[in-house]
Ligand binder design. Sequence first.
Ligand code: 3UK
Length: 542
Amino acid sequence: MKTAHVDTFARDRLPPREQWPDLVFDLPELAYPERLNCATELVRGAIARGQGDRVAIRSPAGVRWTYRDLDAEANRIACVLVEDLGVVPGNRVLLRGPNSPKMAANWFAIQKAGAIAVATMPLLRAKELVDIAAKAEVSHALCDGRLADELILARPQVPSLRRVALFESDAYDGIDRRAREKPATFDDVATFAEDVAMIAFTSGTTGKPKGTMHTHRDVIAASDCWPKHTLKASPDDVFTGSPPLAFTFGLGGLLVFPLRIGASTMLVERPAPDTLFEAIEKHGATVLFTAPTAYRAMSALAKDRDLSKLRKCVSAGEALPASTRAMWKEATGIDIVDGIGSTEMFHIFISHPDDDVRGGATGKAVPGYRACILGDDGEPLPPGKVGRLAVKGPTGCKYLDDPRQTSYVQRGWNLTGDAYLVDEDGWYVFQARTDDMIVTAGYNIAGPEVESALMRHPDVADCGVVAAPDEERGMIVKAYVVLKPGVEPGEETTKLLQEYVKATIAPYKYPRAVEYVEALPRTETGKLQRFRLRTMAKEGSR
Ligand code: 3UK
């Protein structure tokens, strides 16, 4: 395999070819040259296509970088990486910071230098940083000065880490200061399409995080499927949203995808409902990316806001409850584009355009991707039967040196760990994570279906449903419920909610136990941590 990497760490730790998923390049635009650098393609490519003077990157604080400005910023930083910090192609460079123009410029600088970006979530602590940095054997770390503490704590435990440099900092040897003295030009390293460009770590709801490797071609191919065929945003759109750039949902939605179509992105450091509303009202954002919980929280606040500029809304990370879809539609008139993606696949592979929505279904296979439902024997199931979701396309799972490769990839299919069914028309309907199916008294109950029913009740702000051990029945359905302010927890409310569920879905699915909590455990990417609820349920029953 040809490579432009001098440091071949990543190539040497790719799974053997026979463990790769099948890669399919079904669309004409998915034919790429042998040499491909995603930064060259996205930034220089836009300039070559005549978009150099359009705005690429914005921030609420007033940053407005054109594609040419972004190129110059990233070139200066790339010079610092190569000349001052000794980065060579193939080195792993850890990147840590909130979503910001500087964070984006550093990401592109790493790509231009032919190195491998290992972006990390802002909230990670030293221990988690150590696990990631050690696994990827990072040689360099670029860190937003305001988030340096945990990295400094982690540093002594990462022997491979030779240099740490700060940005958004006026440190004498910081990146910003050094970059100012560098030229605005840099010769992007001519990487091969299959050279690894980034390692994205899974958020690790269970077990050690897995490093998923994505090549330069993966980044570009994902940008040529869902964004162009399903989302269909325009070059005049301004993207914004909450997912961190360290999460591939955010990297795609808030950086790579808008640039691929010549649009612009508004990077928001602290994406709370207020700042997102402001990005839309004040700064003209038109395309919003966030998770179902945030849509739920924002719909309650949307009536006092002017969201007339907003055109498209994307939800991913978790199943979108029908009630949340309805609340958002009522508040804004917009039909959310739901999409399931994964860190392993890079981004969304089942979704639907906003003019073709079916409440309760995630969507259809995105052009460029194929999907099916497999039974326990590994054979495809007919429509209507619940089984394991399997997908393949131009991107796919390649774990960094991890035996779990052969669980995610089987017979060429990527198995996401989700239980789904597909109907006669090709609509995929989410049931649960395979680990989250509740088996009680011989029935299979999908926790998220019960959650979705509870969520329609006006007293419920949020909820999570798991299996709880029960002496008599083995397992029962248990709901953890966050009530709306002013609603009294207690027997009466529990009865009310139970009756409500029984009247909404098949009665045997109702939660036999209900516990009231202040908040639910969630990851930084907005995912409900059902394993924590299961632990609570186990401990509660002792
Ligand atoms: C679940 C969904 C139902 C599903 C992601 C878009 O979430 C992303 O990546 P992760 O690796 O998790 C993947 C798992 O999350 N999921 C995601 N979206 C949906 N379940 N409906 C959905 N719409 O269990 C999946 O296997 O954290 C999402 C783009 C990039 C991403 N990395």
